[in-house]
Design a protein around this ligand. Structure first.
Ligand SMILES: Nc1ncnc2c1ncn2[C@@H]1O[C@H](COP(=O)(O)OP(=O)(O)O)[C@@H](O)[C@H]1O
Ligand SMILES: [Mg+2]
Length: 409
């Protein structure tokens, strides 16, 4: 498929350093693949494409890249476990994760792609990749959606605007030309304003202080208790293997989530949590939204947390991996109040811990990392598992293209 206008403009620019800050599904990763192929035409090159996680490298680029290169008959050897492709011209392409950047120390790079750069540790670039580009005068392209007006990527982007041999590019999802306008409109209804501006309009938003900045006691707390009978299906977000163990208990009516009860037990275990829920709601059908790591984690020597929940006749709503923390936070904010002003998450005043954690939890100074003080943060995690499952933030649909892939979401 040919490049879009925005992609082509970047592709044709031969500055040594290019910084692309664009909306979600703007075709950034696709561009990266073309960029890799562009540099791979030359023999004996070392090309690295670094993602925030190994899983992303493997799921968003690896298969497509192999196919592209195979079609051109460029491939000599593929090392699946190492995510490395050797081409017939002896150029090597490596996909890497920024998580264990120490393992990249000492390499030399001719061309570097950092995909979703804003989510990669600053030290990965400054301590490891930047020096690796020096000996061979390597080129680099950074493609990402922004992640806040603080952090290394923001600084890089700002500095790039007045440095020689650096070039910046920015465009919104809509300008990217791959997503239709009504799809962007529907995202606006689902997302909160700040997240929408960041993810779709590629804007550097300030995130500081309160994590759930859309929390508003006036609108999100409601004295009205939902009517609960034995036949009501209960939805319970939970966090366990932590102290205290917490659960947020809700009803769900279409997209409306109403948290009306909570449980906080200190110095306890998952068995006791199940007993407490069953003591309060002996006959109700229950869907539980737990932390996914409970699949493997053992609360006692014999059984896993998830097995204990199943034994309590809970239906589990959980996937192999937890959603990324920032996605979970974004969906809670979007449910507290969307960019269009819709409110989908309400809490009754008796849920003191839920209210406290949503209204007070803050980021660590100068970061997008939630401050964990051990008391109130678990409850917002529990709420997040539930909310993110019921009203997730969807990846926008792209028209006129092949199979759907997900970017960093
Ligand atoms: N020029 C293009 N022509 C056709 N499809 C494209 C093009 N660029 C991107 N796509 C498709 O659009 C979707 C989003 O592109 P992607 O590169 O993953 O976006 P981003 O990395 O910005 O989120 C993917 O399914 C991708 O294959
Ligand atoms: Mg991408």
């Amino acid at each position: 498929m040919p490049l879009t206008e925005k992609q082509k403009q970047i592709f044709d620019d031969d500055s040594r350093w290019r910084v692309v800050c664009a909306g979600r599904r703007g075709g950034k990763t696709y561009l990266s693949m073309w960029e890799i192929a562009k540099f791979a035409r030359f023999p004996n090159k070392r090309i690295y494409c670094v993602f925030p996680t190994y899983r992303q490298a493997k799921t968003v680029l690896w298969e497509d890249l192999k196919t592209q290169l195979a079609q051109r008959r460029w491939v000599k050897k593929i090392n699946e476990s190492d995510l490395c492709i050797t081409l017939v011209n002896n150029t090597k392409i490596y996909l890497r994760s920024g998580e264990n950047f120490d393992s990249l120390r000492g390499i030399s790079i001719d061309f570097l792609v950092m995909d979703e750069a804003a989510l990669i540790d600053q030290r990965c670039f400054t301590e490891v990749l930047r020096p690796a580009l020096s000996d061979r005068q390597g080129h680099a392209i950074f493609v990402t959606t922004p992640k806040g007006a603080q952090g290394w990527f923001y600084d890089l982007y700002e500095n790039a605007q007045h440095l020689e041999d650096w070039k910046t590019f920015t465009y919104t999802t809509l300008e990217g030309g791959l997503v239709e306008a009504d799809e962007v409109e529907s995202a606006k209804r689902e997302l909160d304003e700040k997240t929408f501006r960041q993810e779709y309009e590629a804007s550097f938003e300030t995130y500081s202080g309160l994590i759930y900045y859309n929390w508003d006691t006036k609108t999100n707390v409601t004295p009205q208790q939902p009517e609960i009978t034995d036949r009501t299906l209960l939805h319970i977000g939970m966090d366990f293997n932590v102290d205290p163990l917490v659960a947020a208990i809700a009803t769900v009516d279409r997209d409306q989530i109403h948290i009306f009860d909570e449980i906080v037990i200190s110095g306890s275990n998952t068995f006791e949590m199940v007993d407490e829920i069953r003591r309060r709601y002996p006959n109700n059908r229950i869907w539980a939204y737990p932390d996914s790591s409970g699949q493997a984690r053992k609360t006692s020597s014999k059984t896993t947390d998830h097995a204990i929940l199943r034994h309590g006749e809970f239906t589990l709503k959980v996937k192999g991996n937890n959603p990324p923390v920032l996605d979970r936070i974004a969906s809670v904010n979007a449910n507290l109040k969307s960019a269009e002003g819709d409110i989908r998450l309400r809490v009754t005043p008796n849920c003191k811990n839920v209210i406290k954690s949503l209204s007070q939890q803050v980021y660590k100074e100068g970061t997008r990392i939630p401050l964990k003080d051990g008391q109130i943060d678990h409850m917002s995690d529990a709420v997040g598992y539930l909310v993110h499952w019921v009203n997730p933030i969807r990846a926008p649909h792209v028209y006129n293209t092949g199979p759907q892939r997900f970017g960093h979401f």
